[in-house]
Design a protein around this ligand. Structure first.
Ligand code: GLA
Length: 395
């Protein structure tokens, strides 16, 4: 975990014609097209995906856009509007897991995973422009991978379905990038739809769209980016995953998805204290996802606040993946009028979400900014998000 803020975390996104013009200036020639894929906010269901459980994320109205042109050779040239690395060149034939640096590991990982599937991936020139904040727990990396894989799926005529693209991006993350993550983020980015959350069963990838709109309920969903950057390739995420696998093994189940809330008492006698708390988080979190889906259908978003709160407490106390900045964001926004709040994403930094009555939005923003300043934390970035469409071609 590091406490430095990333450069150009939320740049203004170029329009498609500006991006195409920039592509032409940088690479010569016109792009074959421009594709975009969104970041995601997870409404609820954290660290349940790799336990074959349930998640309820949604695609957000912030996207990674890639302008791409196929090349006649096996060279890949990558450039981003973030600045930083300049144009990076790589050879498709030389792609090795864990060899790429910075943001280029995401497009290269996506290309590598497609090649692993026997797809004849061509060399490309690619210009990336993203306004998904980096390292904020909103899945900026999956947004890039999903934009690239959507572009290549079309450009190669591979005809992959969403499920297969989800698995390819997971392979890119797990093996090429080296982050042992699940399937939630890319599922939201590829399958999201405006006005909906994606209710995903991570055992069989069965997905259904659940209406989730804050505005008609008089609410806004605030994202509070704590600017504490995190990486799932660091040890914390992997060690939580290992505890879950240990728990499942000792309990004799295929995955923690198979343990019910009613089975926790028995589990407590079989597991060491720490493993039990890790297991209890996953089991109760799965249950909270199911309750959230039911409540959204019956009573709408204003009924789910207590489940967001309980999810945060479980991650703070049982799974131990929160941090002081996330706890402060959650506590302060609740005290200032939010009806429910929790950290979102893998943890150890990143962002919190606060479901807030529209009339209290400014009060919550002010209270959080003030509390962060008082605590000596970096100023958080606070913005609203709403459920948006998943990956698509835009030009
Ligand atoms: C990260 C991973 C996801 C998921 C979440 C925690 O975002 O990429 O697969 O495990 O953490 O819910």
């Amino acid at each position: 975990m590091s406490h430095k803020s990333e450069p150009l975390a939320t740049p203004v996104q170029a329009g498609t014609s500006d991006l195409a013009a920039r592509f032409t200036r940088e690479f010569g020639g016109r792009p074959d097209g421009i594709w975009q894929a969104p970041g995601r906010v997870n409404l609820i269901g954290e660290h349940t995906d790799y336990n074959e459980g349930y998640v309820l994320p949604f695609a957000i109205d912030r996207t990674a856009r890639v302008a791409v042109a196929v090349r006649p050779d096996a060279t890949v040239r990558l450039l981003s509007t973030y600045g930083g690395q300049g144009t990076v060149s790589a050879s498709l034939d030389g792609l090795q897991p864990r060899s790429a640096k910075g943001w280029t590991k995401y497009p290269l990982g996506a290309m590598w995973a497609l090649r692993e599937r026997g797809i004849d991936v061509p060399g490309i020139d690619l210009l990336l422009d993203s306004n998904v904040p980096l390292g904020a727990g909103l899945s900026s990396s999956h947004a890039i991978e999903c934009a690239v894989i959507t572009a290549l799926n079309e450009l190669t005529g591979a005809g992959l379905q969403a499920q297969e693209m989800v698995l390819a991006t997971q392979q890119a993350e797990n093996d090429f990038v080296g982050a042992p993550t699940g399937i939630m983020d890319q599922s939201a980015s590829l399958r999201g739809a405006r006005g909906h959350a994606v209710f995903l069963d991570c055992r069989d990838q069965n997905a259904s769209l659940v209406p989730f709109e804050t505005e008609p309920a008089g609410l806004v969903l605030l994202v509070i980016d704590t600017k504490v950057s995190h990486s799932h390739a660091d040890g914390g995420y992997a060690s939580r995953r290992a505890s879950c696998e240990l728990g499942a093994e000792v309990l004799g189940v295929k995955a923690l998805r198979d343990v019910q809330v009613g089975g926790l008492e028995e589990a407590s006698g079989l597991l060491d204290e720490v493993t039990f708390r890790r297991v209890r988080h996953v089991v109760t979190e799965n249950d909270r996802v199911l309750q959230t889906v039911e409540l959204l259908a019956d009573r709408g978003p204003s009924a789910i606040g207590h489940l967001l709160d309980a999810s945060h407490a479980s991650m703070r106390d049982d799974f131990e993946i929160s941090c002081p900045e996330l706890d402060l964001a959650v506590e302060t926004s609740r005290a200032a009028g939010a009806i429910g709040a929790r950290m979102t994403g893998g943890g150890f930094g990143g962002a919190a979400i606060a479901l807030t009555p529209a009339g209290e939005e400014q009060k919550v923003r002010n209270a959080v900014a003030k509390a962060f300043a008082k605590a000596g934390f970096a100023a958080p970035d606070i913005f609203t998000v709403s459920p948006a469409d998943g990956a698509m071609r835009i030009a």
